[in-house]
Design a protein around this ligand. Structure first.
Ligand SMILES: C[S@@+](CC[C@H](N)C(=O)[O-])C[C@H]1O[C@@H](n2cnc3c(N)ncnc32)[C@H](O)[C@@H]1O
Length: 211
């Protein structure tokens, strides 16, 4: 068992434990139409020590090659269990830990890559987790985040704010986070910030360790 930090983090873990059995089915359509392609393009060909935070049911695992030594963490035992099963089926040698991204148990400058996909929306204190990413990322390493964020378009942003109590209450994720600002506030450099889909909502951030 891990020592969870606070009530919100415990609650997030419980929400994901509850939805773990239906998570892949629930996301099947958008996964097929959008996420699959984004994951593949962003994650293939990564080499070296790689940490994935909030691995969920392990949707990214198929894209990592044997040139990456992958460690994956999540706060939800039930999501992690599914990721482990996926790795086994894929024949992938991946190390899994039940761990809070807001308090990583790794040494400073340990990873060539840190990956987070659709996770900064669900971690209760994303800046705390991003500061941990900044700490464990090697100089010269890269952090890659695929995220849905708060739109700059006022109408879309309003819809996101209105939807947020539903998505956060039922499914544990927020649709109205200013993730770009959070990354910068954690001291991480953003090398590129790309629009991927749904106007400016789905984005890919490629980042390096801040000074
Ligand atoms: C929306 S799911 C995304 C899962 C996966 N990354 C994907 O792309 O399908 C968010 C995941 O982040 C995990 N998570 C939330 N807060 C966390 C934390 N503080 N530390 C580690 N994992 C966390 C949840 O348990 C859940 O599995």
């Amino acid at each position: 068992m891990i020592q969870l930090l606070d009530k919100k983090t415990k609650k997030t873990g419980r929400v994901y434990d509850r939805i773990a059995p239906v998570y892949d089915k629930f996301e099947a359509f958008i996964e097929r139409k959008l996420f699959k392609n984004l994951r593949q393009k962003s994650l293939e060909n990564l080499k070296g020590q790689l940490l994935e935070i909030g691995v969920g049911t392990g949707k990214n695992l198929q894209y990592y090659t044997t040139e990456a030594k992958v460690i994956a963490i999540d706060i939800s035992p039930k999501m992690l269990e599914r990721a482990k099963n996926k790795a086994k089926k894929l024949g992938k040698d991946i190390e899994f830990h039940l761990m809070d991204a807001q308090e990583l148990k790794f040494k400073d400058n340990s990873f060539d890559f840190v990956i987070g996909t659709f996770v900064l929306c669900s971690i209760p204190n994303p800046i705390k987790a991003l500061k941990e990413v900044q700490r464990v990322l090697k100089k010269g390493g890269k952090a890659i985040f695929l995220e849905h964020v708060l739109s700059k378009n006022k109408l879309i942003a309003l819809l996101e704010h209105l939807h947020n109590p539903i998505t956060s209450g039922l499914f544990g994720f927020n649709v109205n986070r200013n993730t770009r600002k959070n990354i910068l506030n954690a001291g991480i450099n953003i090398v590129s910030d790309e629009e991927l889909a749904f106007f400016d909502v789905f984005r890919k951030f490629t980042c390096t360790k801040g000074g």
